[in-house]
Design a protein around this ligand. Sequence first.
Ligand SMILES: Nc1nc2c(ncn2[C@@H]2O[C@H](COP(=O)(O)OP(=O)(O)OP(=O)(O)O)[C@@H](O)[C@H]2O)c(=O)[nH]1
Ligand SMILES: [Mg+2]
Length: 485
Amino acid sequence: MPTVASRSLNDVDPLDEALRPPFDESEEERAIRLSEEAEAKRISQAIDESIRVERQSQKKRSIVRLLLLGQSESGKSTTLRHFQRLYTPNAFQEERFLWRSVIQLNIVRSVRTIIDALSSVRLPPVDSGGEDSDDGGPNIPQELEFLKMRLTPLRHIEALLIAKLIPANEDDALSQPGSSSLSNYKTHRSRSSERSWRSQEVFVRPGATWKGALAKSTRANGPPISPDSALGIRDEAQEVLHSCSDDIQTLWNDKLVREVLRRRKIRLEEFPGFFLNDLERVTALDFTPNDDDVLRARLKTVGVSEYRFEMEAAAGRESGTEWRIVDVGGSRSQRATWVPFFDDVDAIIFLAPISGFDQVLAEDRSVNRLEDSVLLWKAVCSNRLLANVDLVLFLNKCDILEAKLKSGTRLSKYVRSYADRPNDLETASKYFRSKFSAIHREYSPLPRKFYGFCTSVTDTSTTAGILASVRDMVVRRHLKQSRLL
Ligand SMILES: Nc1nc2c(ncn2[C@@H]2O[C@H](COP(=O)(O)OP(=O)(O)OP(=O)(O)O)[C@@H](O)[C@H]2O)c(=O)[nH]1
Ligand SMILES: [Mg+2]
């Protein structure tokens, strides 16, 4: 009958029936059964555990960890932006408009460097042999004074941009030495114009924080907006820059300004975040930063951030591998934050900006930049925690090195051991490569291969090829290592 049939089907568990011990089970049979059940349970747990371990090692195998190291301004964040541009192009494109504020700030800073230089210089009397003097000589011509006055709105824009770029909870970051804040912008003025520009450099913690704050301030309480419509929103900084564009151009092209900068040894074109040669384009009201602009913009990093992405299918057979790239702040006070990342890293890209042979560190003006890079490279090569990690060296800023050598700066004046070798990029970069390679050989706790590239990481075409080689090398090594697990 249907009722009986359905009850019996629902109530009887066939598995339970099968596993139920027989009614007439003896004590001995019961003991055997229990021991067999315990053994089956033990085997099942062992299988579960091995699956868990295998899953974990699978996960570990598919994560590649890369650390970017080097002194401040060596190009770490720029290299990271390159990876983003190549491997998560959509996200990179979407964020382009956020970089407009950074570029605006970079322009304002360049102008201020010029104005600072003009303010602190009294022109020499006509027959003083061309030396600056702090008193006695005539002041700057009236036209330049007028220009300076017309550019006063840029001060307000600078304050506005700093407030926009640095989220409210970054107060602690603002008070650190070498940092910038509105208050020390107003109160701290040092004698050297380069020093004042440097000591007030704006920085942000890397990662999404500043971008989030900026995106929020751009959409001003409204709903989320697309990058295209963001450019249509009223942007006071861009409007002021647009209206000051001709005056900035006149200032930058002024012969006397160039002469003052030359005498003060301020090579503005070589400063990070230099956009004065692109004024018309970057101050246009509808300016959207292109890829090169994003790579050339300068925003100092404080703290550590991890950028994660999956290699896309187009990147080759390793698609599906998760990459984690760690970007750190490179100034001296930041270096203590590096060590915790040494533990679990597959490869390091170390950036040594070899154009810095005639420059000093912004945070310690008694230290030559090249010397600092060499000491840092030695420390990284000899670090025991990194003994099995591949080190990839980028001898970076080769474009600036070439420009310096071409303009007549003699490398041997700063690097004595360079002696009378030809003063050109090819010889100089080979020379530096061999020096850094020798340190790598001598200081590595265990023998390892040396990977060295001469780079200009702001150059999209050459860097893309180099990063592809680095990617392949890192992935190959990573696979080899994980097979050994
Ligand atoms: N011309 C030129 N500029 C470069 C090169 N590499 C980096 N830059 C610029 O130098 C500036 C500093 O680069 P960043 O990538 O911010 O330096 P960083 O190592 O992250 O510096 P911190 O964040 O202070 O540690 C940026 O404006 C870059 O555009 C290069 O090879 N050539
Ligand atoms: Mg950085």
